[in-house]
Design a protein around this ligand. Structure first.
Ligand code: RIB
Length: 333
């Protein structure tokens, strides 16, 4: 008995029913042109393959797609490793796409993942909007958000409580005596950054200390070095005595340049990062950071995705990890 909706898809696409079935279950047998017509017909009709077709397809590609914000950041490479470990144990390969903070690059990878009919998608989204993921939901392809909560509750997610992370970081700086704290990070379209800023601003202003926010378009050591030069050139009365950097990559660049300008860290300026990547503890002044369980975030995201491909009772669809402060020599305490 052929699934009733598949006939309408075939008629609209102008192909045979078997071509639609192959496009869903054995894409290697279908031309790109026919596959594109089938995809367009599926989206037009909002067709969702039945469970039997999905389970049949689920074993077909044995691959999941994973789009991350910046693969050069050890945080994300560790997240990917955690996901790969779990996925490969279940017989799935992971195809990684580096969006590099670009919505255009992210879209190209999502198109590729769709064309390849991958069985599931893991994504750390570039922007606030999640509409670009609806096409997978319509085709019953499971998606899990990584390092992000879907506040609409549509997509399962693995994330960290980044507001708490901002509170931990700035409370630590205040306890070390800082009275002018700068949060340096961005871009603000990345919700993790917005949440860190929110936790930081709320904590510093509640303590009656001075708060400065410097938004950045990305987060990497080179930008950190440029910002370190800018901070070192500030008049003393305008220079923060506590810096909370949006992540360790940025913090390490700032640290390097402040020391290069002869500024004592943490004597004159305390610096705290975020993620606790391996290099944080190895820095010339070991960097205090807010730890994310990056490997576990990746592993848990993969488990959550596999859970939707082969449901097991009682598995939570939303997991929020807690950040952990890791004090080192770059902050007074
Ligand atoms: O991508 C920027 C940052 O957001 C990463 O360093 C990590 O902290 C993520 O949550």
């Amino acid at each position: 008995m052929v699934d009733v909706g598949i006939r309408e898809v075939a008629a609209l696409a102008g192909v045979s029913v078997s071509t639609v079935s192959n496009a869903l279950n054995r894409p290697e047998l279908v031309s790109r042109k026919a596959a594109a017509r089938v995809t367009e017909a599926i989206e037009t009709l909002g067709y969702v393959p039945n469970v039997a077709a999905r389970q049949l397809r689920a074993g077909r590609s044995n691959a999941i797609g994973m789009a991350v914000l910046n693969i050069t950041n050890p945080f994300f490479s560790d997240v990917v490793l955690g996901a790969e470990e779990v996925a490969e144990l279940a017989g799935y390969s992971v195809i990684v796409g580096n969006s590099y903070d670009s919505a255009e690059r992210e879209a190209r990878y999502l198109d590729l993942f769709e064309r390849q009919r991958l069985d599931g998608i893991l994504i750390a989204p570039v922007g606030e909007s999640l509409e670009m993921l609806d096409r997978f939901r319509r085709r019953d392809v499971p998606v899990v958000l990584v390092d992000r909560v879907d506040h609409d509750g549509v997509f399962p997610s693995i994330s960290l409580d980044d507001v708490l992370g901002g509170v931990l970081a700035t409370t630590h700086l205040l306890e070390g005596g800082a009275r002018h704290i700068a949060f340096i990070g961005g871009p603000m379209r990345v919700s993790q950054m917005k949440e860190r800023l929110e936790g930081a601003r709320r904590t510093v202003e509640a303590a009656g200390a001075r708060f400065t926010f410097i938004e950045t378009e990305t987060l990497n050591p080179q930008l950190g070095r440029e910002l370190g030069d800018r901070i070192a050139a500030l008049p003393l009365e305008d220079r923060p005595d506590g810096i909370f950097a949006g992540n360790d990559h940025l913090a390490l660049g700032i640290l390097q340049r402040l020391i290069g300008h002869g500024i004592s860290v943490p004597g004159e300026v305390s610096i705290i990062g975020y993620d606790d990547i391996d290099f944080a503890g190895a820095a010339v002044v070991p960097l205090t950071s807010v730890r994310q369980p990056s490997h576990d975030i990746g592993g848990h995201a993969a488990k959550l995705l596999l859970q939707q491909l082969a449901p097991v009772e009682g598995f939570s669809l939303r997991t929020r990890f807690e950040p952990v402060l890791v004090p080192r020599q770059s902050t007074r305490h």
